[in-house]
Design a protein around this ligand. Structure first.
Ligand SMILES: [Zn+2]
Ligand SMILES: [Zn+2]
Length: 230
């Protein structure tokens, strides 16, 4: 255990500083400025809104396949960390992300009565190249805290979409359309929560929510670490 800790020291998921042995979570500096998302938030996408508003400008009057979603951190505070989590093998961040998500959003999560957490799948080729699916790792940690099982076999990514960051909004929607296919009977799941690292335009999550609903899931929500533009 000690050797493992030397090889993989606990690091702050915001700034990547090594945390003193025996401590966990954010470094003292980042913990002093936790940039958490506070209510009121948009009922669809979880972005902060003005007090009297139910929906943000983006969601007002726009049809979505998902029923709602939440995230815990402001983008500015964790975007560099989430990049390392996703591309630089900082899988251990998931524990801290999950703990904060559970602390901040546990009440909302429980109120949904979800039957499963569904991590956004990676295409096989990309999974092999990266070695892990960061959304699955995050979903496992959230599952350990909430008791909601992870269902990661029921849907596959069948098209190896180009990274979303290369596209503008309209292109993103086309890029992820029909990227997913449901492999199992998901009707019994009834209500599910999609888990992903970042909510960017929401097109990936919306596309996945769409195929799940076509397959008989009644309510689809999402949980992410953060959302662009917050
Ligand atoms: Zn830090
Ligand atoms: Zn919104």
């Amino acid at each position: 255990m000690k050797i493992l800790n030397l090889l993989y020291p606990e690091r702050c998921p915001a700034c990547d500083t090594v945390i003193p042995f025996g401590r966990r979570g954010f470094c003292a500096e980042c913990a002093a400025h936790p940039a958490l998302i506070k209510e009121p938030v948009c009922m669809k996408c979880g972005r902060p809104v003005e007090k009297q508003k139910e929906y943000c400008e983006d969601c007002e009057g726009t049809k979505r396949n998902y029923d709602g979603g939440r995230f815990a951190f402001s983008y500015a505070s964790v975007s560099a960390g989430v990049y390392r989590f996703k591309y630089m093998n900082r899988r251990a961040y998931a524990k801290t992300y999950a703990r904060v998500i559970n602390d901040e959003l546990g009440g909302w999560i429980r109120s949904l009565n979800a039957k499963a957490l569904i991590p956004v799948p990676l295409h096989k080729k990309r999974l092999i190249a990266r070695g892990y699916n960061q959304s699955k790792i995050l979903a496992d940690e959230i599952s350990a805290l909430t008791g909601i099982p992870v269902a990661d076999k029921c849907v596959d990514r069948v098209i190896n979409t180009a990274p979303q960051k290369l596209f503008n909004r309209k292109q993103r929607l086309i890029n992820v359309k029909k990227a997913f296919i449901v492999r199992e009977n998901v009707v019994k799941l009834d209500t599910v929560i999609i888990v992903d690292d970042i909510f960017t335009t929401g097109s990936t999550i919306d596309s996945l929510a769409g195929v799940l609903k076509e397959s008989g899931v009644k309510r689809v929500y999402f949980l992410t670490v953060t959302a662009a533009g917050t």
